[in-house]
Design a protein around this ligand. Structure first.
Ligand code: ADP
Length: 549
């Protein structure tokens, strides 16, 4: 049902409109207002389909009512038919139309004319409402489509970005894989070189030692070369073991009170002969009194880092001087090792701390080294809560720095170590029956020589199975030196089987693997102690002294 609102201050006029609409427009409901304010209120509430508005009214005239209704969002679309007793005055019409009125009708109105005017208004409203609705639907559809297109667009963009990213990632991964392959091959070539070169020295000079015509000095110098080659090979192997331990997170810290002044002095003594031989100057500086130069750190790792840096300085310097030492900073000691050597090109100064990098340098001269030392040193220093970096100018020299935390609370005076005595077997250890289980002939001969002073009988087995048999037939064996990696039955299994019938015999495991966990595995199998190869005579004597002392 259509709604009509009539606003007029004259009750008579309202009554005649009421009578008229009842007669001519029975399907419409009529709302009446006697003032402008009342009319506006009803219009806002009822949303009529057309408004009949008188112009001349007290307080608020029809123009003002029309202006307010047309400015209000809620009522602006309702058609207004202005009713005026002032007839056809053009000025009045223009003013009304300017304010938004839709039509005019002069009073007194002819009923049919008013009815048809109202019908026109209602039709306009209906059509306009429909158009507005369609417009809204259209706008909504456009909005939805725009949104969809936006989402599709964004998705497409994201897909493109993803594709580009994947492509880039693949490219980087491929480059990395190629680079890592290249480094791996270079690393293996370098390691092979680092093992073969000293091996060559050992073979070659051992061969020469066989000659009968050598003087004592010559023999001694060949032996020195063999020992040096052995050391070099061992360094390479130790580096590889250290890296593998760092990779698997199997490096433990052994923190103790360390006097850094003593440590530096020992390094000076240790390296002086080598440095002097190369004709280089060598000195060190300390920044604290010896009594204050005390830190809590892993002294083995500190030693190994300094050792590596000083060795590198010597290796890469042909003249000038090498200096090392430390400076006390606010809460740390800043160590340094500087040289006037070949220096490092700026673009390589980060890479030298990466693993396997040495082999990547196209040295004109060939410097020995696995290329692992600096990455191990940096990893150690970081484990000890410090940092490591380098300043270097190609052709002028390098200065390596690292820091270690310094807590001044522990003021300790550490006596410098007296020269360590040569360890001997304790006197009462003698007459032992020893079984050497070893598949390598050289290692067997070496062990024979070490233990000959304390044994009456030395038995030999070259695999686990032979060892078990010998133990079954010789229940009086005192000591077994058990290699772990052997053919047929390995050392772990042999130990386990021997323990089934002999709990007393002392078994010392020896292995060339030296991996973390080996020791526990050997002890779990039933060994009493563990020693890693290459066998250190002093360490083995210490173990035997302890086990038989
Ligand atoms: P390496 O066993 O080859 O010496 P490092 O990891 O100790 O391995 O060193 C990596 C590389 O850094 C070396 O191969 C060398 O190119 C460079 N380097 C290290 N120390 C120095 C130095 N004092 N002077 C010049 N170059 C150095």
């Amino acid at each position: 049902m259509k709604k009509i609102l009539a606003i007029d201050d004259q009750e008579d006029n309202l009554l005649s409109i009421k009578a008229l609409t009842k007669f001519y427009l029975p399907n419409c409901s009529l709302f009446l207002a006697q003032s402008g304010e009342e009319g506006i209120e009803i219009a806002r509430e009822e949303q009529p389909d057309t408004i009949l508005l008188d112009i001349i009214m007290p307080e608020m005239d029809g123009y003002e009512v029309c202006r307010i209704l047309k400015q209000d969002e809620r009522t602006k679309n309702i058609p207004i038919l202005m009713l005026s007793a002032l007839g056809q005055d053009t000025e009045i019409r223009v003013k009304g139309l300017d304010l938004g009125a839709d039509a005019f009708l002069a009073k007194p109105f002819i009923p049919t004319e008013l009815t048809s005017q109202i019908n026109v208004m209602l039709r306009i409203k209906e059509v306009e409402d429909m158009l507005r609705m369609e417009k809204e639907v259209l706008e909504e559809t456009v909005k939805e489509r725009t949104k969809e297109l936006y989402v599709i667009n964004i998705k497409q963009k994201a897909d493109i970005i993803k594709l580009t990213k994947t492509e880039e990632e693949l490219k980087i991964a491929l480059e990395k894989a190629t680079e890592s392959d290249r480094l791996k091959i270079a690393f293996l070539q370098n390691i092979s070189h680092e093992i073969r070169t000293p091996m060559n020295g050992i073979y070659g000079f051992s061969e020469l030692l066989r000659s009968n015509h050598l003087s004592g000095d010559e023999q001694q110098s060949y032996i020195d070369i063999i020992m040096k080659s052995g050391d070099r090979m061992l360094n390479t192997l130790n580096d590889i073991m250290d890296i593998s331990r760092l990779e698997t997170g199997n490096v433990a810290l052994n923190i103790s009170t360390t006097n850094v002044n003593d440590e530096l002095e020992n390094l000076l003594i240790l390296f002086r002969p080598e440095v002097e031989k190369k004709g280089l100057q060598f000195n060190y500086t300390t920044d604290l009194q010896t009594a204050d130069a005390v830190i809590e750190t892993d002294s083995d790792k500190l030693h190994s880092v300094m050792f590596n840096l000083i060795s590198n300085s010597i290796k890469y310097s042909h003249n000038g001087n090498i200096e090392f030492g430390y400076v006390k900073k606010e809460d740390c000691l800043e160590f340094y090792v500087s040289d006037t050597g070949i220096g490092i090109p700026a673009e390589r100064q980060n890479a030298i701390f990466d693993r396997f990098v040495k082999s990547d340098i196209e040295d004109k001269e060939v410097y020995e080294g696995s290329g692992l030392g600096l990455s191990i040193s940096k990893a150690y220093i970081e484990m000890l809560k410090g940092s490591m970096w380098v300043d270097s100018v190609e052709g002028q020299g390098s200065k390596f720095y690292f820091t270690l935390p310094y807590y001044p609370t522990s003021r300790l005076i550490i006596e410098s170590d007296a020269e360590s005595p040569v360890i001997q077997f304790e006197e009462h250890i003698e007459g032992l029956k020893i079984l050497i289980v070893e598949d390598d002939l050289t290692a067997t001969e070496y062990l024979d020589i070490i233990v000959q002073d304390i044994s009456t009988t030395i038995l030999h087995a070259s695999n686990g199975s032979e060892a078990i048999n010998l133990c079954q037939n010789n229940s009086d064996i005192d000591l077994i030196l058990m290699d772990l990696k052997m053919p047929i039955i390995d050392g772990y299994e042999a130990t386990k089987q021997i323990r089934e019938f002999n709990k007393q015999v002392i078994i010392v495991a020896q292995t060339a693997f030296a991996l973390v966990g080996d020791r526990e595995k050997a002890l779990n199998a039933g060994c009493d102690e563990y020693i890693s190869k290459p066998l250190n005579k002093t360490a083995l004597i210490e173990i035997i002294n302890r086990l038989f002392g």
